[in-house]
Design a protein around this ligand. Structure first.
Ligand code: IPD
Ligand code: CA
Ligand code: CA
Length: 266
């Protein structure tokens, strides 16, 4: 499969950071970690990976701006382009030795996400997507699942934890969803959740209280695999609003409806 120049640049940055993360993952016990907030650990590996991605992308496309989890916003001379990067999505998994984490890189052009790479170095799974060009896992073209009913669907979600998210709201949403679906999963990397929806492994996904770098790349992966993505209200404020609902057309619609249902005692 021939990749475009911009996807090559992004893949190279993700793979280089991925090699660094994979080495550190092997030595996860020895990593020094600092406590950023309750339950939210940031490791040296995370910062190293971000530095690698920042250096690679700055070298390849000088002038583009950045929005990165550790650095925050970095203005570029080119106001049309911005990289949105999570160097390690799934930090809690990483620190616990669970091989479900990823690097997420999106390119925004004039406010629109036009290219995306999500890479899980532990499984060597590389998801790439370019606007209008489809989504690929390694070299295989992806398509969202064909299931049409929630009753057959496996749905991914995020579970709020100590110091994060609205626990009461989540319990209401979960109660609605769990009564209507075949299974609920919590992977622990929002970027991979969306990649799994793109790959048809999960039929849908919802989460709230996310940051732009968690979802920017994944949104394009799902759309270019034929799926639908919105915020929790059905609008398009996923990056700033922090909520997201994804799936194929029918599951996305059904999930939105189910999440909003008033809870009836059962
Ligand atoms: C987290 C993961 C997780 C989601 C959290 C995010 P991090 O990102 O995407 O799946 O539930 O809300 O913060 O902290 O591992 O980069
Ligand atoms: Ca993240
Ligand atoms: Ca992160």
């Amino acid at each position: 499969m021939a990749r475009s120049a911009i996807i090559n640049v992004m893949v190279q940055a993700a793979m280089k950071a991925g090699r660094s993360l994979a080495r550190d993952f092997g030595e996860v016990q020895n990593l020094q970690v600092s406590l950023k907030g309750p339950g939210d650990y940031v490791s040296q590996a995370d910062r190293k990976a971000e530095d690698i991605i920042f250096a690679e992308l700055s070298k390849a496309r000088p002038g583009y701006g950045f929005l990165m989890e550790e650095r925050g916003a970095v203005e570029g001379e080119d106001s049309q382009h911005r990289w949105i990067v999570d160097p390690l999505d799934g930090t809690t998994n990483f620190l616990h030795g669970i091989p479900v984490f990823s690097i997420s890189i999106a390119l925004e052009r004039q406010g629109q996400i036009v290219a995306a790479v999500v890479y899980n170095p532990a499984m060597d799974e590389l998801y790439t997507s370019e606007r209008g060009g489809g989504t690929f896992l390694n070299d295989r073209r992806l398509r969202v699942s064909g299931r049409t009913k929630l009753v057959d669907a496996v749905i991914g979600c995020g579970v709020p934890h100590l110091g994060r998210g609205h626990h009461g709201n989540f319990l209401l949403e979960l109660r609605n969803v769990m009564g209507e679906v075949a299974g609920v999963r919590r992977l622990g990397s929002a970027a991979l959740d969306l990649a799994y929806v793109a790959a048809g492994r999960m039929d849908g996904f919802w989460e709230t209280a996310l940051s732009p770098w968690d979802v920017a790349a994944g949104i394009l992966l799902v759309r270019e695999a034929g799926g639908f993505v919105s915020d929790g209200k059905g609008g398009q404020d996923m990056l700033e609003g922090g909520s997201i609902v994804a799936g194929n057309e029918l599951i996305h619609k059904a999930l939105l409806k189910t999440l909003k249902k008033p809870v009836t005692p059962r």
